[in-house]
Design a binder for this molecule. Structure first.
Ligand SMILES: *Cc1c(COP(=O)(O)O)cnc(C)c1O
Length: 448
């Protein structure tokens, strides 16, 4: 049975972000089921899900409250459209999201994944300015190393050249500000001077081009796919102030940071910031189903109100928008946050993880460890003093993650940055398992 799966796993699927010639030569793990924070493969091997199944899982894979909410919803209706109809779970969830989101966000537009949540935010922002009579505001400002998904609008505001450069000719132009701290600072500045410098870069862009800018889009506190890069404390609040000063909408992409990962429900909560538009996906359904939401302020929403014949409605939607099963899972997810001390647990586990990571930081190949709550990047370098990198051909990050499978942990790196993003339900023993595994695997792979 499993052999048959191995063979077919190589034959039929075109995997995302995957060099398929490697894949077809490899021996893929085929997942059969899951228990708690563990994935179990067709051979019966158990693996700790150290990246929450690509950052989506929140309370483990089989949280009974979410499972039973899904069963209940399945007995009622799996899906009906939001085009011309409404559906119970979509209403309930919208109300619940407005209640937990940063104050001032009052409307919920559904879609299916993080990229679409971003597309919707960009289109709302763009149309908003048209409707307001400032149709010269067509540009978006984004950050270096930013990631907002893989559809073309999201790629247009992306800042990771390895993913995005090839599709440049298909994208719309955007303005890229330095991120902070900018590891590739062209002026050779280092943190925290760099922080100030980078805000200056943003400020400069807005001063020069602000009247043509529709919105600034950022990942708050942590730039995830860019390598778990941390924005310094206060950065988001300053960005909010700069947007206000230049009349620019602030679009915050909490697709990765939302739902407790950083230690608060949303990363915005750390800085008391309310964006004009907020994109949510990944953890929204606790990792059970694809669902996304773009939240908006009432004043943006109101700008779209007009007689139907005026054609001012938002012409955007998807077949599965507001899917009832997805919404039921998301409601149950929010229930779990209310009923269990989830965020308190994140605080405890983050502290435990931080002390484990302090041990790892002593390894020669560890250049820097970046942590915010249960989002971690461990950057591996050839030379800690000069931050000289390993040859990309050596794929050191990849091989460390492969070695971790022998320690029963599934990880996936970003280049030579090892990413840790366990479910919020991770146990103290599982944190030890990850840290001890890395203590063994990093020296083993880099050979020192
Ligand atoms: C993953 C991610 C996205 C894209 O979400 P998908 O569901 O994969 O389309 C967008 N923004 C951020 C910050 C992400 O981490």
């Amino acid at each position: 049975m499993s052999e048959a799966y191995d063979d077919r796993a190589r034959r039929f699927i075109w995997h995302p972000f995957t060099q398929m010639s490697d894949w077809m030569d490899g021996n893929p793990i085929v997942i059969e089921r899951a228990e708690g924070n563990h994935l179990i493969d067709t051979q019966g091997n158990r693996y700790l899900d150290g990246i929450s199944s690509m950052w989506v899982n929140v309370h483990g894979h089989d949280h009974p409250h979410i499972v039973s909410a899904l069963h209940r919803q399945l007995d009622r209706v799996a899906h009906s459209t939001l085009l011309g109809l409404s559906c119970e779970p979509s209403i309930e969830l919208a109300e619940r999201l407005v209640r937990v989101a940063p104050p001032g966000l009052s409307r919920v537009f559904y879609s299916d994944n993080g990229a679409t949540a971003v597309e919707v935010a960009l289109k709302i922002a763009f149309q908003y300015w048209q409707l307001r009579g400032e149709s010269q505001r067509t540009l978006f400002v984004c950050l270096e190393d930013g990631y907002h998904g893989d559809t073309l609008g999201a790629v247009s505001v992306g800042g990771i050249d390895a993913f995005h450069a090839r599709f440049g000719p298909l994208t719309f132009p955007s303005l890229r500000a330095h991120n902070a701290p900018c590891y590739r600072c062209p002026y050779g500045k280092t943190y925290p001077q760099c922080n100030i410098h980078c805000l200056e870069s943003l400020e400069g862009l807005l001063r020069e081009r602000g009247e043509c800018v529709a919105g600034l889009i950022v990942e708050p506190l942590v730039q995830g796919a860019g390598g778990m890069l941390l924005l310094p404390d206060g950065w988001l609040r300053r960005a909010r102030e700069l947007c206000d000063r230049h009349g620019v909408l602030l679009i915050v992409d909490e697709v990765a940071t939302g739902f407790g990962r950083t230690g608060k429900m949303f990363a915005c909560d750390h800085e008391g910031v309310t964006p004009d538009l907020l994109a949510l996906a990944k953890g929204l359904t606790a990792g059970f189903l694809p669902l996304a939401a773009t939240l908006s302020t009432e004043s943006i929403f109101e700008m779209f109100l007009a007689p139907t014949s005026a054609g001012q409605q938002l012409f955007h939607g998807h077949s599965y928008t507001g899917n009832a099963l997805g919404c039921a899972a998301a409601i149950a997810n929010l229930d779990v946050f209310e009923r269990e001390p989830v965020l308190e647990r994140v605080a405890e586990r983050s502290a435990q993880l931080a002390s484990g990571l302090a041990r790892l930081a002593k390894l020669d190949a560890v250049g820097e460890i970046r942590q915010r709550g249960l989002m971690v990047g461990i950057e591996l370098v050839r030379d800690r003093a000069t931050r000289e990198r390993f040859d990309p051909e050596d794929r050191v990050g990849h091989w460390v993650c492969m070695a971790m499978r022998q320690h029963g942990v599934i990880l996936r790196p970003l280049g030579d940055t090892i990413v840790l993003m366990p479910p919020l339900s991770v146990t103290p023993e599982e944190i030890d398992q990850i840290v001890e595994g890395l203590e063994a695997c990093i020296p083993q792979v880099v050979g020192c």
